[in-house]
Design a protein around this ligand. Structure first.
Ligand code: GRF
Length: 218
C-alpha cells in the first residue's frame, strides 16, 4: 500500500490580525523552534497601526494591509484578500483576532485550511463579544474554541476547546485576558499539530492525517 505523502515541512502559514496580536506573538515564538514545523510567511491585517503588524515587522515577517474602505464593496475586498494570501502559497491560514468574516472568494481557495480562534466555548456565544456575552448570561465556565472556518459566524468544525472558569470578581476585560492565556496555549499546540500531521474533516470531526482514501498530493 502506498504511503501517503508527508505534509510540506515546515508548513507555510499566513496569519491575519486586527488587534494586539498576542496570539500571533505566541505563534511567532513557537515557530522559532525548527521542530514546531511552521514558517510564518506573511501577516495580513484589515487596518493600519496595530500592534499585531508591529510584532510581525519586528520579526522580519512580510506584512500587508487591506482595508475594506479601499474597495467598492465587501466582495471586492474578499477577492483581494484571497489573492493576496494566495500569493504567499500558504498551507494553513490562521485568523488570530481578525475581526472580519472571510467571504466566498476566500473560502473557495482556503476553506478547510483556515483556522480561527474564538474566546468562548462554541456553540455558545458566537460573534464579536464572547466574553461579554458569557458574563451577561452568568455561565460559570467559558473558554476558547479553535475551529476550521466555514461560511458561518464561529460555526466551523471544532479542532480544540479549552475551559476557563468565570470568577465572581470578573469583568469583561479580566475574563477575556484569562481566556486569552489559555487560548494562546491551545492555538500554539494545535496549529503545530495540524501543520506537522496535516488534517481532514470527516463530517464535523477534525481528524489528523489525510483521509484513508487519499494517496495523492495535496
Ligand atoms: C482573541 O481572544 C481572539 O479570540 C479574539 O480577539 C482576541 C485577539 O487577541 N477574536 P490578540 O489580538 O491575539 O491579542
Amino acid at each position: 500500500m502506498a504511503v501517503p505523502p508527508a505534509p510540506r515541512t515546515p508548513a507555510r502559514l499566513v496569519v491575519l490580525v486586527s488587534g494586539s496580536g498576542t496570539n500571533l506573538q505566541a505563534l511567532i515564538d513557537a515557530s522559532t523552534e525548527p521542530d514546531y514545523g511552521v514558517d510564518i510567511v506573511a501577516v495580513g491585517a484589515d487596518r493600519d497601526g496595530i500592534e499585531g503588524l508591529a510584532r510581525a515587522e519586528r520579526h522580519g515577517i512580510e506584512t500587508f494591509v487591506l482595508r475594506t474602505s479601499q474597495f467598492d464593496d465587501r466582495a471586492a475586498w474578499d477577492v483581494a484578500l484571497a489573492e493576496r494570501v494566495a500569493a504567499r502559497e500558504p498551507d494553513l491560514v490562521v485568523l488570530a483576532g481578525f475581526m472580519k468574516l472571510t467571504g466566498p472568494a476566500f473560502l473557495a481557495l482556503f476553506g478547510g485550511r483556515t483556522l480561527n480562534t474564538h474566546p468562548a466555548l462554541s456553540p455558545s456565544f458566537p460573534g464579536m463579544h464572547g466574553p461579554r456575552d458569557a458574563l451577561a448570561y452568568g455561565v460559570k465556565v467559558t473558554g476558547a474554541t479553535l475551529f476550521v472556518v466555514d461560511a458561518g459566524v464561529d460555526t466551523g468544525p471544532i479542532v480544540a476547546q479549552v475551559a476557563v472558569p468565570v470568577l465572581d470578581t470578573d469583568d469583561e476585560a479580566a475574563l477575556h485576558e484569562r481566556i486569552k492565556t489559555s487560548e494562546r496555549a491551545m492555538l500554539v499546540e494545535w496549529v503545530g499539530t495540524l501543520a506537522r500531521h496535516d488534517f481532514h474533516i470527516d463530517d464535523r470531526a477534525v481528524r489528523l492525517g489525510r483521509p484513508a482514501n487519499d494517496q495523492g498530493p495535496a
